[in-house]
Design a protein around this ligand. Structure first.
Ligand code: ZN
Length: 294
């Protein structure tokens, strides 16, 4: 029997794993891949974004509430999950606003990366998914998540780096999430408008700058059959998503029909692979797959 493939997804806050690449993870888990979500912060500074959950006892215990939500989402997706132990930086209201002392966004790169390097060396993923260097959206924790993921990808295999963080392990591929492309939202917008459903995306699309994508999509993973699981996991983060809000306006059946993939940019690869791909493990052969050291 060959050793299982392993996929690590690195995220900034609890709920990000359910809104970015969740159907991909749900699919791979059900195909026998081991999947570990590393959540860098506890989401302590997140606001309550669901009016039904905006109650004083929830706001007062937001850190604890979000841990419980994460545990539920983890079960739904079928993944393993670990917190890396950093404190949410919050989303500053202006560029001048300083980040709160001690938060993840203010850590030195080496300190911020050490727990993730240790997790990579322990879990030994073949593939890592993270955000692009703009963070996917400009939250300081998301930008930092890109930095520590790239650092871990590059340093985890080097015995001279992070010598106290375990036995070296070199992951083979690094991907950036590309779920929020203009192309995808335009396609959904067009069909929703055509079918008289009304589209929530017009403003958003019109504000989008028309320039070539900085990180072109290289890889589309078919996972429409898992959109329901993705949505259930996202709803488990009840303080963070309004079931009647923006995320759920576009009917799931329509998404499955019009855009049944989750999309990625292959940022680093140590194996030969032909682009475009439809599998994050394309180019990885049985010989590359060493067993995990548990
Ligand atoms: Zn986030």
């Amino acid at each position: 029997m060959s050793a299982p493939l392993r996929l690590m997804a690195v995220h900034a806050h609890p709920d990000d794993e359910s809104s970015k690449g969740a159907a991909t993870m749900a699919r791979y888990v059900r195909e026998g891949v081991e999947v570990l979500v590393c959540t860098l912060t506890g989401g302590e500074r997140g606001s309550v974004l669901n009016p039904k959950m905006d109650r004083p006892e929830i706001v007062a215990n937001i850190g604890e509430v979000r841990r419980a939500e994460m545990a539920r989402a983890r079960e739904i997706l079928g993944v393993e999950q670990r917190f890396m132990g950093f404190i949410d930086s919050g989303l500053p209201e202006s560029e001048e606003e300083e980040l709160p002392e001690g938060c993840f966004g203010l850590q030195k790169l080496e300190d911020a990366s050490a727990p993730l390097v240790a997790a990579v060396r322990e879990f030994r993923p073949h593939v890592i998914i993270t955000y692009d260097d703009d963070g996917g959206y400009p939250h300081p924790d998301h930008i930092m998540t890109n930095k520590v993921s790239v650092e871990a990808f590059e340093a985890a295999g080097d015995p001279d780096r992070y010598p106290d963080a375990g036995e070296p392990w070199q992951p083979l591929k690094l991907y950036y999430q590309m779920g929020f492309t203009k192309e995808r939202f335009e396609a959904l917008h067009e069909v929703m408008t055509e079918r008289g459903l009304g589209s929530p995306y017009s403003d958003w699309i019109s504000r989008w700058e028309d320039r070539p994508a900085k990180w072109p999509v290289t890889t589309r993973v078919p996972c429409g059959d898992y959109f329901q699981i993705r949505d259930e996991a996202l709803l488990a983060h009840a303080t963070q998503v309004d079931p009647e809000g923006f995320w759920f306006v576009c009917p799931r059946e329509l998404q499955e029909e019009i855009w049944p993939t989750e999309d990625y940019h292959l940022a680093r690869s140590l194996v030969d692979t032909e682009l475009p791909e439809d599998d994050l493990f394309a180019g990885i052969h049985a010989d590359d797959v060493e067993p995990a050291c548990h």
